[in-house]
Design a binder for this molecule. Structure first.
Ligand code: FAD
Length: 466
């Protein structure tokens, strides 16, 4: 077996690992980055954020072409055909370009070695990497575990049948199905449901809880549910899935609601019922690192129970987002280099559900703020009256700004409107810097843009004062 030693070993080449490996190596540390997959980029690049948004781009374009006549273009563009092989080719090209660029950048750093293969701890100071050219033993002073997460499997009769897919497998599907059952109304389920619905699939969402998108602002989640249903995506909540039965080329889903048995036939069943930390086969029991089904246990500085081993990204549990994993990796890089480190605070996080319209959130929900014992109020603005939203013919949705009653500090911004994704930059900055409603009100936002909604909403809540 080949052997090598290093200062820092980073296990996992996704957003929670790569920035750290590159940052520490650029600062002169000897770093080995180990990646089990075919390239650098992780779930985000290969099965998550990027491919799903490539599909969404095509789906939204189809939606615009379909309704072009409403805006005075084309008259009869009707029902545009979906050329799936071209969409797939585009996905492959963008993925190859991005992972190729990441590897090329990594290889430019002299003190960084990238090893492809699956890593496993032998003990607290050694891993073995099972690579394509045989095993390599790597001895290390410090290690960072950034192995991400995997889809939670459905443990139900028939759940391993054909056509029952995780989001990872749906990303590389070779066709747009005619009928799809989405099991799980979380962010990934809602996103995928809407993308495929806009591409022409008849989609139904089955959710076990009383409502979809449970951690999200309640008012906006309920509005989005109504919009999904208006768009022809039935949402069944309070569902108990009983079993799956092969039916033709697809599956029959047997489920019940309030004890009443129902069935649903689909060509593809998308099972998106949560994500679990990816720790299987990692040999953690050969170390003192502690973990549970929720993730590797870390403190506020991402230290595990082993003083020289850290963990970052999805593998430490919620929240599971690429930008969050990157923020953790960047803070940890600074910490490992002995520089001042600012670890991300969950109450400053932002996120977007790429539904249509998009649902963007920064900071705390009204409910989350109240749970912290804060006395908060909510300022609302309806996008039905918004100039930009009317121009775009996307005037459905609502903005909700959560602010402290005592000093009008903004603690959360939640927007349901097409374009909300790009509104979240300003929202996240406001929350992270402790901006007040008056700051939104005084900022001169360009007209006509959706960003004006922040100023108008804040100004109205202040009774016209600034
Ligand atoms: P990962 O990206 O999962 O990277 C972990 C890496 O570790 C992988 O490359 C894996 O191969 C490697 N690895 C695992 N085990 C080993 C081992 N033993 N040895 C060596 N290497 C190993 N987030 C967003 O912010 N925005 C979005 O729009 C978004 N959309 C998503 C859509 C979908 C369908 C999914 C599934 C996820 C989405 N996410 C999104 C979440 C995002 O992908 C993750 O939060 C992010 O990738 C986490 O980064 P990570 O580095 O912690 O883990």
């Amino acid at each position: 077996m080949k052997t090598m030693t290093t200062d820092i070993v980073v296990i996992g080449g996704g957003p929670g690992g790569t920035p750290l490996a590159m940052g520490a190596a650029k600062a002169g540390r000897q770093v080995v980055l180990v990646e089990a997959g075919a390239g650098l980029g992780g779930t985000c690049l290969f099965h998550g954020c990027i491919p799903s948004k490539i599909f969404r781009e095509a789906a939204i374009l189809r939606y615009h072409v379909e309704r072009a006549a409403r805006l005075g273009i084309g008259g009869g563009l009707g029902d545009p055909a979906v050329d799936w092989p071209t969409i797939e080719k585009r996905r492959e090209t963008i993925l190859a370009k991005r992972s190729g660029a990441a590897l090329a950048n990594a290889r430019k750093i002299p003190s960084l070695s990238v090893l492809f293969g699956k890593a496993r701890f032998l003990d607290s100071h050694r891993i073995v990497v099972e690579g394509p050219e045989g095993p390599t033993e790597v001895g290390f002073e410090r290690a960072v575990i950034a192995t991400g997460s995997v889809s939670r499997k459905l443990e139900l009769p028939g759940a391993d049948g054909h056509g029952i897919l995780s989001s990872e497998r749906l990303i590389s599907t070779d066709r747009v199905p005619s009928r799809m059952a989405v099991i799980g109304g979380g962010p990934i389920g809602v996103e995928m449901a809407q993308i495929f619905s806009l591409l022409g699939t008849k989609v139904t969402i089955l959710e076990a809880l009383p409502s979809i998108l449970t951690p999200v602002d309640r008012t906006l989640a309920q509005r989005l549910q109504l919009l999904l249903e208006q768009d022809g995506i039935p949402v069944h909540t309070g569902v108990k899935i009983d079993r799956f039965e092969p039916s033709g080329t697809g599956q029959k889903v047997h489920y019940s609601v309030d004890g009443a048995a129902r069935t649903l036939e689909a060509d593809i069943v998308l099972a998106v019922v949560g994500r679990l930390p990816n720790i299987e086969g990692l040999g953690l029991d050969n170390t003192k690192v502690r973990y549970s089904s929720k993730g590797i246990q870390v403190d506020g500085r991402l230290r595990t129970a082993e003083p020289h081993i850290w963990a970052s990204g999805d593998v430490v549990g919620q929240p599971m987002f690429a930008h969050w994993a990157t923020a953790q990796a960047q803070a940890l890089t600074a910490d490992l280099l002995g520089r001042p480190a600012s670890f991300p605070a969950v109450e400053h996080n932002s996120a977007v559900i790429f539904s249509h319209p998009e649902l963007g959130m920064a900071g705390l929900t009204e409910e989350g703020a109240r749970e912290r014992g804060w006395d908060v109020r909510v300022a609302e603005y309806n996008y039905a009256i918004d100039a930009r939203a009317q121009i775009a013919d996307e005037a459905e949705g609502l903005l909700r700004i959560v602010y402290r009653s005592d000093d009008a500090t903004i603690v959360g911004v939640h927007a349901l409107v097409e374009g909300a994704a790009d509104l979240m930059g300003e929202a996240a900055l406001a929350v992270a810097t402790g901006a007040k409603l008056g700051d939104f009100a005084r900022t001169i936002h360009p007209h006509p843009t959706l960003t004006e909604s922040f100023g108008i909403c804040a100004s109205a809540a202040l009774g016209g004062r600034k």
